[in-house]
Design a binder for this molecule. Structure first.
Ligand code: ATP
Length: 607
C-alpha cells in the first residue's frame, strides 16, 4: 500500500510537480500509453488477476463469519459445507490460489513497468542529448537529471503500485459497500453519510499539506544546487577559502527546509489524527451498534464479524484514497514534464549508429558569408555582425581578438550548434543546410580549450573519436599525439581510469588525449580552441608538436589566445565586437601601424 512519506529528503518527492488531474491532462498522458503497448498482454492479464484477487479478498470476511457461525452450530450459507474444518480448509485453498495469483500479478506489473520505463528512459535520454544547444543554455543539468530519475521513478511507481492499489481499493470499497448493504441497509447508509464528509475534509487537508511539502522540496532542490555547484567547482571553493561561506549558505537553506518540513509535519500529524479518529470512530460505532443487535438476538456473532471486517475494508479503502490520489497527481505531473521533453524538436540524429555514417564528404573548404548571429537566449545582443571569411581546403586560419569578440561562437556555428539568423556558412561552396547534420559534425573535430574527459579508461577516451577503432589505431593515434609515452608510463597503461572530469591527468596530458581523439576522427575541418592557460615549456612543446601533426592535410581554424603560435597561419582574422576588423598574414597585419593585430601583438610581446 502507498505509504505516507514523512521526510522531506525523499528523492521520490524531490522536485516533483503537482498537476491537476483533469480531462486535458489525462488526454495528454495517454500519449505515454504507447509505451505499454508492447507489453499489453501481460498488463491486461495482470489487471484481470488484480481484479480477481481483490474480489476473492472480499470473500474472506464471509468465510470467517461462516466459520464462527459454524462453530456455534449454525450453517450460514447453503453452498458452504456446514463443518468448521471443511470451511477452514476451503478458506485455505482459496487463500493459496489467491497467493499464487498475487505472485503473478506482482511479477507481471513489475515486468511491464520496468520494461516500459526502460523504453521511456531510453527515448527521453536520447531526445535530451539530441536537443539543440540552445535548450541547454536555459536549463540546469540538475533539473534535467531529475526528469530522468525522479520523474520517471514516479511514473514507474504509478504503474507498479498506485494504479494497482487504486483498483484494488476501489473493488474492496464498492464490493464492501454492496455486501454491507445486504447485511444492514441502515448501518450502511449511516456509514455512507459519514464517509463523504471525511473525504472532503481529507482532500482539503491533503491539498494544504502537499503545498507545504512542495515548498520544502523547492528549498531542498535549492540546497542541492549549492552542493552540486560547489562540488563541481571545488577547486574554486578551496582556492578562495570559501568553505565556511558555502557551509553557511548551505546550512541556511537546510534550516529553511527543516523549518518547512516541521511545519508540514504538524499538519500531517493533525491529518493522521483526524483520519484515525473519524475512521476508527466509525468502526467503533458500527461494532457498538452491531453488539446491541447481537445482544437482542437480531444478528449472529458470525454476521457481526463479517460486517465489522467489511466496514474495516471500506474504511481502509477510503483512507487510502487521498494518498493514492496524490501519487496519481504526481505521476500525471511527472508524465507531463517527461512528455514535454519528448515533444521537443530534437536535432536530426538517428538513434541507430549506422544511420549516422557520412553520406556527403567535405574536402575542407569553409566560407562564412555575411554571418549575423545572436544567441537565441539573448536575442537582443548581436554576437557576430556580418562576419565573412574563407578557408581553403588544407589552410590554416587563425581567429584572434579580445575576449568576448565572438571567437568561440564561430566554432559553435561551424559545428552547427547554432544557426545564423542571416548570411550563410558554406562547406565546399554549398550551404550547410544542404548537408545532413551528422555529415558536418562527423567531418569537423574540435579540440576545446578545456578538455573534458569521461570517467572511463584512457583507451575509451581516445576511442571516443571513432568508436569502431582498433587497439592498433588507438595506440597509433596516441603516438602521433605525443601521448603514448606518458600513457605507457602508467602501471595500467591504456586501462588507466581517468578520474571524474580527467582530474588525474595534467592539462597538457588531457590536451594530448583530446588530440589523439581528434586524430582518430580524422576530420576535414579542425577547430582548435587554444587553451588560455600556458603550459610549461616542455609540455607546450609536446602539445604543439601533436597539434602540428593533427593539422597536417586538413583545414584548421585556430582560435588563438597567444599570438606567438599563429605566425605561420595562412590567414589571420582579427575579430572585434563580432566584426571582422582586419585579415591577412602575420606580416601583412603587422604592417598596419594602427591596426588592432599589431596592437594586440605589442601587448603580448612586451610582457
Ligand atoms: N550560450 C550563450 N548564450 C548567450 N550569450 C553567449 C553564449 N555564449 C557566449 N555568449 C556571448 O557571446 C559573446 C561572444 O562570446 P564568445 O565566447 O564567442 O567570445 P570569445 O571571443 O570566444 O571570448 P574568449 O576569448 O573570452 O573565449 C560574449 O558576449 C558572450 O557573453
Amino acid at each position: 500500500m502507498a505509504r505516507a512519506r514523512l521526510n522531506s529528503g525523499n528523492t521520490q518527492e524531490q522536485d516533483l510537480p503537482k498537476a491537476k488531474i483533469n480531462r486535458e491532462s489525462l488526454e495528454k498522458i495517454t500519449k505515454l500509453l504507447v509505451y505499454l503497448k508492447p507489453y499489453r498482454g501481460k498488463f491486461f492479464s495482470a489487471l484481470v488477476f488484480l481484479f480477481l484477487t481483490s474480489l476473492t479478498g472480499l470473500a474472506f470476511p464471509s468465510f470467517l463469519g461462516a466459520l464462527i457461525d459454524a462453530a456455534q452450530g449454525k450453517q450460514r450459507y447453503a453452498f458452504l459445507p456446514p463443518t468448521v474444518n471443511a470451511i477452514g480448509s476451503l478458506a485455505f485453498i482459496v487463500l493459496f490460489v489467491q497467493a499464487l495469483v498475487s505472485y503473478f500479478r506482482v511479477i507481471w506489473f513489475v515486468q511491464v513497468a520496468e520494461n516500459a520505463l526502460a523504453d521511456i528512459r531510453r527515448d527521453t535520454y536520447f531526445k535530451l542529448i539530441t536537443l539543440p544547444m540552445n535548450f541547454f543554455n536555459n536549463r540546469r543539468v540538475g533539473e534535467l537529471n531529475s526528469r530522468i530519475s525522479a520523474d520517471l521513478s514516479q511514473i514507474q511507481d504509478a504503474i507498479t503500485t498506485t494504479l494497482a492499489e487504486m483498483i484494488r481499493q476501489l473493488v474492496l470499497m464498492i464490493g464492501g459497500v454492496i455486501l454491507l448493504a445486504i447485511f444492514s441497509i441502515k448501518l450502511t447508509l449511516t456509514l455512507l453519510l459519514i464517509l463523504p464528509v471525511l473525504i472532503v475534509v481529507a482532500v482539503f487537508f491533503g491539498r494544504f499539506i502537499r503545498k507545504i511539502s512542495r515548498q520544502a522540496q523547492d528549498k531542498l532542490a535549492e540546497s542541492n544546487t549549492i552542493v552540486e555547484e560547489t562540488l563541481q567547482g571545488i577547486s574554486n571553493v578551496k582556492a578562495f577559502v570559501n568553505e565556511a561561506f558555502e557551509a553557511g549558505r548551505y546550512e541556511k537553506k537546510i534550516r529553511e527546509v527543516a523549518g518547512i518540513a516541521v511545519r508540514g509535519a504538524k499538519f500531517r500529524g493533525l491529518f493522521a489524527s483526524f483520519i484515525v479518529f473519524c475512521l476508527f470512530g466509525a468502526i467503533v460505532a458500527v461494532i457498538w451498534y452491531g453488539s446491541v443487535l447481537v445482544s437482542r438476538g437480531e444478528m449472529s456473532v458470525g454476521n457481526l464479524t463479517t460486517f465489522i471486517l467489511y466496514s474495516i475494508f471500506v474504511g481502509a479503502a477510503m483512507g487510502s484514497f487521498p494518498e493514492l490520489y496524490a501519487g496519481l497527481q504526481k505521476a500525471v505531473g511527472a508524465s507531463e514534464r517527461v512528455l514535454e521533453i519528448l515533444g521537443e524538436q530534437g536535432e536530426a540524429i538517428s538513434i541507430k549508429i549506422a544511420d549516422n555514417a557520412i553520406n556527403q564528404s567535405i574536402t575542407g573548404n569553409l566560407n562564412f558569408d555575411k554571418v549575423v548571429f545572436a544567441y537565441p537566449s539573448r536575442a537582443e545582443i548581436t554576437v557576430l555582425n556580418e562576419v565573412s571569411f574563407s578557408a581553403g581546403s588544407g589552410e590554416r586560419i587563425a581567429i584572434v581578438g579580445p575576449s568576448g569578440a565572438g571567437k568561440s561562437t564561430i566554432a559553435g556555428l561551424i559545428l552547427q550548434f547554432y544557426h545564423p539568423q542571416k548570411g550563410s556558412i558554406l562547406f565546399d561552396g554549398k550551404p550547410s543546410s544542404s548537408y545532413s547534420l551528422t555529415d558536418i559534425r562527423n567531418q569537423v573535430a574540435i579540440v576545446p580549450q578545456d578538455v573534458l574527459l569521461f570517467g572511463g579508461t584512457i583507451r575509451e577516451n581516445i576511442a571516443y573519436g571513432k568508436l569502431s577503432s582498433t587497439e592498433e589505431e588507438i595506440v597509433k593515434a596516441a603516438q602521433r599525439a605525443n601521448a603514448h609515452q606518458f600513457i605507457a608510463s602508467f602501471p595500467e597503461g591504456y586501462d588507466t581510469i581517468v578520474g571524474e572530469r580527467g582530474v588525474k591527468l595534467s592539462g597538457g596530458q588531457r590536451q594530448r588525449i583530446a588530440i589523439a581523439r581528434a586524430l582518430l576522427k580524422n576530420p576535414s575541418i579542425l577547430i582548435l580552441d587554444e587553451a588560455t592557460s600556458s603550459l610549461d615549456s616542455e609540455s607546450e612543446r609536446l602539445v604543439q608538436e601533436a597539434l602540428e601533426e593533427l593539422m597536417k592535410n586538413r583545414t584548421s581554424i585556430i582560435i588563438a589566445h597567444r599570438l606567438s603560435t599563429i605566425r605561420e597561419a595562412d590567414k589571420i582574422i582579427v575579430l572585434e565586437k563580432g566584426k571582422v576588423k582586419e585579415s591577412g598574414t602575420h606580416e601583412e597585419l603587422m604592417m598596419h601601424k594602427s591596426g588592432l593585430y599589431r596592437y594586440l601583438s605589442s601587448l603580448q610581446f612586451e610582457v
